[in-house]
Design a protein around this ligand. Structure first.
Ligand code: THU
Length: 130
């Protein structure tokens, strides 16, 4: 799958961001191993703690459609440096294994990493087996 298409779709999703409080718009495009694409944008709330990041919206859309095996996620924002996913989103990504994370800046620069690299020493379901 062409990264450029995912970047384009993430940018389109960013336009749907509901970010009246931070004015910081984020878009995401998640590619599943089955070849489907789920997009997301950040959705803020006047009760700030209820806001949800773009990455989690995309992941939750995919999981709710029965897709849990991911190839890569693209994240875009109008940042000078490539956007970085927050800690909560890293933990949610890690729930679904290791996959590529592509972070994009305002100018279209790209940083590539992986869920494992972005969240080493993570909590996972194995700890619940007590
Ligand atoms: N946000 C995301 O959607 N993804 C990120 O990777 C970082 C932060 C959102 C949450 C909030 O709506 C706004 O950006 C400012 O933190």
């Amino acid at each position: 799958m062409n990264d450029e298409l995912l970047i384009k779709l993430a940018n389109e999703a960013k336009e749907n961001a509901h970010a009246p409080y931070s004015k910081f718009r984020v878009g995401a495009a998640l590619l599943t191993k089955s070849g489907k694409i789920y997009t997301g944008c950040n959705i803020e709330n006047s009760s700030f703690g209820l806001s949800v990041c773009a990455e989690r919206v995309a992941i939750f859309k995919a999981v709710s459609e029965g897709e849990k095996d991911f190839e890569k996620i693209v994240i875009v924002a109008d940042t000078d440096e490539t956007i970085r996913p927050c800690g909560a989103c890293r933990q949610v990504m890690a729930e679904f294994g290791d996959f590529e994370v592509i972070m994009v800046s305002k100018k279209g620069e790209i940083s590539r990493s992986s869920v494992r690299k972005l969240l080493p020493y993570r909590f996972n379901g194995d700890f619940l087996k007590i």
